[in-house]
Design a protein around this ligand. Structure first.
Ligand code: GAL
Length: 411
């Protein structure tokens, strides 16, 4: 009897502890980027109804603002319970090497995740044979978006190479399209640079660049910068004031013909703008990158010292689950990181991305943290700004090489 009472008391403590439970999730998915995360939180709340979720967001595409706030909090000893980071060098090279994250090996084991996430993705989130975050998705960075009706009216098609793009650009200019290409603020220009570079160098050389086997000062890379400069000559002049969503809007309203952006743009077109794939918006691999899938993944980790550790672990379980990934990704424009997701829940765009993810050559994105550490990515923006102003390819390549040496990428 006494034992039963003790057990009841213990249970009451557990329940009241979780009744008072809290969970703070930190990300940059606010506003138009919010619905997918909200769907995931809804699922979490169904499982853990008594936990109060603080959906802490710092807006700004690609996490440019959020990462700065995160840094202050991590260094100040007040980490969020779980935060968004990119799978790969961004998290590994920053918070994992600094010893600020918890090893998630036992979670991966209990959830059987070694078997449901692709091996290469597990490798990307691991260091020293241990996983340090849970990937919720796979995004594709090298996509060129357009408005099918507009391209038809202009009599052009999506170009397959960058030289062909430059020709199409001239054709469109002659037809009165002032800015055939739309770009936005600095990180979206870095995003474009990545696609131009891969489309010019090829995927093997791109890998060599991040493995320290190809120098930024190599003539091939210098030529890539020159092509990027010509491509930028085709773009709008008010880029620095535009968010990625505002740039996407210019495709839909027909101000510009093309935009190179990650497939969160598909999420924006379908979830926010309610447009249908193939009619409301069209897509093609960025020029020169057919059969290459430039990947990135949003991943959540558990910082050491998280105030609500048990709740954070449950959050990670939900976002790594099949139900979690299939609630999140159809709204986000990404595909599930898991290999067992239910494709019938995804639209035509995502189905095509899922097919390419299986059959294409996979390389990692720099600007979204897969192949380069944060120390490189955060400083590369200034090189791009300077290049766009000067168009001096040799100077930009030399500055990038110096940065690669400082970031430990190259010798
Ligand atoms: C990426 C992120 C995506 C999306 C995008 C725009 O870095 O991985 O999920 O949020 O930025 O903000």
């Amino acid at each position: 009897m006494k034992k039963a009472l003790l057990l009841a008391a213990a249970l009451a403590v557990t329940t009241s502890a979780s009744a008072a439970g809290k969970l703070e999730i930190f990300s940059w998915w606010s506003g138009d980027e919010g619905p997918a995360l909200e769907a995931l939180i809804k699922l979490y709340k169904q499982k853990y109804p008594s936990v109060t979720v603080d959906n802490a967001t710092v807006s700004g595409g690609a996490g440019t603002n959020a990462k700065a706030v995160l840094k202050t909090r991590m260094l100040g000893g007040t980490p969020p319970d779980s935060f968004q980071a990119h799978a790969g060098q961004e998290l590994i090279g920053t918070w994992v090497v600094a010893g600020r994250m918890e090893d998630l090996s036992s979670l991966f084991k209990s959830e059987g995740w070694d078997k449901v996430f692709p091996k290469d993705l597990v490798k990307l989130i691991s260091q020293g044979g241990k996983p340090w975050s849970v990937p919720v998705n796979v995004h594709r960075s090298n996509v060129m978006w357009y408005n099918p009706a507009k391209l038809k009216a202009w009599g052009v098609t999506a170009p397959k190479t960058w030289p062909e793009f430059l020709k199409t650009c001239s054709t469109l200019k002659a037809k009165g399209v002032a800015a055939p290409l739309v770009v936005g603020e600095n990180w979206t220009q870095q995003h474009l640079w990545e696609s131009v570079m891969i489309g010019t160098l090829g995927s093997a050389n791109w890998e060599n660049l991040w493995a320290g086997k190809l120098k930024f000062t190599d003539p091939k890379v210098v030529a890539g910068f020159t092509t990027f400069g010509k491509v930028m000559d085709c773009a709008n002049k008010d880029a620095s004031g535009l968010s990625w969503q505002q740039a996407s809007d210019r495709i839909i309203d027909g101000t510009s013909a093309f935009n190179v952006m990650g497939d969160w743009a598909a999420g924006y077109f379908t979830t926010t703008k309610k447009l249908a794939p193939n009619t409301g918006f069209g897509w093609a691999p960025a020029p020169g990158t057919t059969k290459t899938f430039v990947m990135l993944a949003d991943s959540f980790g558990l910082p050491k010292g998280a105030k609500d550790r048990a709740e954070a672990l449950n959050w990670l379980k939900v976002l790594g689950s099949k139900a979690g990934q299939d609630a999140f990704n159809p709204l986000k424009g990404s595909i599930a990181a898991r290999t067992d997701s239910d494709l019938s829940k995804y639209n035509t765009y995502s189905k095509s991305a899922a097919a390419d993810w299986k059959s294409n050559k996979i390389v990692g994105s720099m600007v979204h943290g897969a192949v380069a550490p944060e120390s490189f990515t955060s400083a590369f923006g200034a090189i791009i700004d300077q290049f766009v102003a000067s168009k001096n390819s040799a100077a930009a390549a030399a500055a990038a090489q110096q940065l690669a040496v400082r970031a430990g990428i190259s010798k």
